[in-house]
Ligand binder design. Structure first.
Ligand code: PRT
Ligand code: ZN
Length: 283
């Protein structure tokens, strides 16, 4: 049987979450930091640990069948791969930032200015789309210190909390792209059975992450009110309890609805509310 290869970041911001996701998919492997390849003992898969910048090309060229990498890296390397699944971690935005005391007020003010970045390809496309001609200075790191050193008028860099901009006297000015980690595959490979199986495992883990299993007790007289507060769930299970006036309701709700619903449910007479994480949801 064919053995698939999936490339993930060897070390850095996406490594831990990528390993966790694959382990939650029930895949057994050693997270060897020192080796390049780790075999999975219970699925025909090998994990390749690489620098994130190399992952899109490895997948495009078929050296790896799949990869987990930030969308920013894919766009910057301009490779042709299929986006198979957004993964919900590694979220950040590529932003243009300017010094707090800048005279740049408007995007058009970037005309003729210099912008330091490690993302020249994405930045050029963005500026071209706005008909702005700026001097893009490609540097390999520590972009945020360049305006302070007089090397550029602005920067274009990834931002997550905004702390790095702030501590360097910079403020966000324009959003160039938003990014998160995605699962990518060679174009056309998504139809392969093993890849489909892996995608389905990943989706079942992601679905479970967004959802909670809730069990609560309610008096039968309040049952309909409680059930009406659980929209979107076709058929919560209603289980009789030893005390005949009471029932237990078991249901599954998206985490984003969770806090609103819990306080409303309490007001409607729900008691003993237990909320549990779900490991996998297979549709
Ligand atoms: O060694 P390798 O080449 O594999 O790793 P790397 O150093 O190139 O990348 P790494 O590990 O720093 O980031 C991997 C991926 O994480 C990126 O390609 C993004 O998709 C994603 N990501 C998410 C981020 C950030 N958030 C982030 N905040 N990548 C980098 N940053 C940096 C940013 O460049 C800036 O220096 O963090 C700083 C800003 O952070 P805040 O929180 O202060 O705003
Ligand atoms: Zn990198």
């Amino acid at each position: 049987m064919k053995t698939l290869k999936i490339a993930i970041q060897k070390s850095g911001r996406l490594n831990e979450k990528s390993v966790e996701l694959l382990k939650n998919c029930g895949l057994n492997f050693e997270n060897y930091k020192s080796s390049l390849i780790s075999p999975v003992s219970n699925f025909p898969l090998e994990i390749l640990f690489l620098r994130d910048d190399d992952i899109p090309e490895y997948v495009q060229d078929g050296i790896a069948d799949l990869g987990i990498v930030g969308e920013n890296v894919i766009q910057e390397t301009e490779v042709k791969v299929s986006y198979l699944q957004k993964l919900g971690f590694g979220k950040c935005s590529l932003k243009i930032a300017v010094p707090n005391n800048t005279s740049i007020q408007d995007v058009a003010d970037l005309n003729g200015r210099s912008i330091a970045t490690t993302y020249p390809v994405i930045l050029k496309k963005y500026l071209d789309s706005l008909n702005i001609s700026a001097d893009i200075r490609t540097i390999s790191g520590s972009v945020e210190i360049s305006p302070g050193l007089g090397l550029s008028d602005a920067i274009c860099d990834l931002v997550s909390t905004g702390g790095t901009l702030k501590s360097n006297g910079l403020k966000p000015f324009a959003d160039v792209m938003s990014s998160e980690a995605v699962l990518i595959g060679r174009q056309g490979s998504e139809s392969e059975d093993l890849i489909q199986e892996l995608i389905q495992r990943i989706q079942s883990v992601l679905r479970a992450k967004e959802t909670k299993y809730v069990v609560l007790n309610v008096e039968r007289t309040n049952l309909n009110t409680v059930l009406s507060l659980l929209p979107g769930v076709k058929s919560p299970s209603v289980v009789p309890l030893a005390e005949s006036e009471w029932v237990a309701v078991h249901t599954v709700i998206p985490e984003r609805d969770f806090w609103d619903r819990i306080s409303q449910l309490k007001q409607a007479g729900a008691q003993g509310i237990v909320v549990m994480p779900i490991e996998k949801i297979i549709l």
